[in-house]
Design a protein around this ligand. Sequence first.
Ligand code: ATP
Ligand code: MG
Length: 549
Amino acid sequence: MPKQNFPRRISDPRAELRALHDIGKALSSAFDLHTTLHKITETTAAVMRLDSCSIYLWDKKQNALVLKASTGLSPKAFNVGKLALGEGITGAALQSGRSVAVRDAANDPRFKYIPGTDEENYKSLAAVPLISQGNKIGAMNVQTKRLHHWTRPEIDLLELIGELAAGALERAELLDGLQRQVNELSTLAQVSKTITEPIFLDEMLAVICEMAAQIMNAKGTALLLFDEENEELTLRAAHGLEREHAAISPIDVATSLTGRAIQSGEPVSVRDLQNEPSYKNRALAKREGLHSFLSMPVSVRGKVIGAFNCYLNRVHEFTPQETELFATLANQTAVALENANLMMNSMLVREMHHRIKNNLQTVAMLLRMQLRDADKLNAGVLLQQTINRILSIAAVHEALSQDGFRVMGVRDLIQRAAFMAHQTMAHPEKEISLRVEGEDIRLPSQPATTMTMAVNELIQNALEHGFENVARGAVTVTLKTNKAHYVIQVQDDGAGLPKHFSKQDSLGLRIVDELAQDLRGEFKIANRRGKRGTLATLKIPKIKVTGDE
Ligand SMILES: Nc1ncnc2c1ncn2[C@@H]1O[C@H](COP(=O)(O)OP(=O)(O)OP(=O)(O)O)[C@@H](O)[C@H]1O
Ligand SMILES: [Mg+2]
């Protein structure tokens, strides 16, 4: 705007300062985009005593300025009213990067009437570009209903407000983007039934670290979790930092800068890590070019659970607004952690109940089925068999509770079940060896349990029926994986199957058949070819495991 067109008028510096103070207060109290937009327009219109203040944001995708907030224009035009770069007086302000003030706007050749805005009520217009660190954010204008002569101090103030607003809006836009991404990831995690691993949490935290680095204009960020028992901090997620940071984790709470933030519950900032005597990794900071540092405690329901750190590649004094912004990010992180934690727990609890119910049903089914044969067998034998089955379920259960509910090694489960069977069933005077061989099969806990229970029946049979009239023998379980299947074989060098054998005749093998069908696989049992003994084979189509290590 050519300055000479406006007579300089002595302004009231106190009024101007008060106005700036009001704007500053409005900006620091708002963080989301919507609130920030409305606070800026309302406060500007109020402190400058003008009839309307409007903000247009630059939309990269649409390549246009889009009306987002206004105190005087019709709200119906929000998000609809658009100007191209250079179009209208407001578009001209953004294109030139300079303020434009016009007394008789409607008769200015640059004026562009936007339908639906009720803009015809206004006469004079002044517009300023909103540019932050070279980025086009948008443009802001003020309008009056009566013809108004814009003064230099008014334009100066408007330009100053524009500068402040541009920075605040840029931050708010980034933060809204972060909020949206976190929400998307949380929803994704919630709808995903397969989430038994904290894989989504990792993604979420990585996004948060990356966005935080962007927002804070930082070289790197790191999230550390507090281990109360060991008084240590462990690196949980990071962005933009060297791998060595992972190597120095865990760090001691008592002697570290981050520990100080944890213990005081207050942010800790350092002007220059490279010259900070209490920073232990000065050498690393030098190599990486890290200077200013801010550590923000992260708390969930009043309890500090970790800290969020920010590393700059320049020396910088963090302003109260930046500190506040980083605190907001830390809270966001806490919410993500808390959500993930709650979700994991409730999934765990549900799965646990489900599994216990299943096991109780299995026990009930076993007892019911045995009841039918009860008159043929003596009670002692019957009880022993039932006890063995329940014990083997318990053994598998124990393994599950140790490993948590995730992908597990079937070989280890079978080994545990085999050991139990051997303990309770093998005749003490007989020398029966029992080996589990071959490669491990990694499966989610549900199919892993099913497979183990089937193998358990086969092992029990070998021990029970294979060696009735012999003093020594061997039972071998072999695990194999080929292109499309898992193949598990249980063989013994015992007596072999009886004459007129049918696998549908009795309970144990019917259970095996059913379990194999549950896994969409097949089960076969026959005498070994050319050798003494029995060979039982389970052939199960491969199960896709997500998130396995
Ligand atoms: N490894 C084996 N060696 C010899 N005979 C076997 C072997 N496995 C199974 N059999 C024969 O097949 C029959 C059926 O086995 P199945 O497991 O269905 O019943 P079970 O072991 O007799 O009783 P339960 O229902 O308690 O398991 C057995 O009774 C036994 O005669
Ligand atoms: Mg049996």
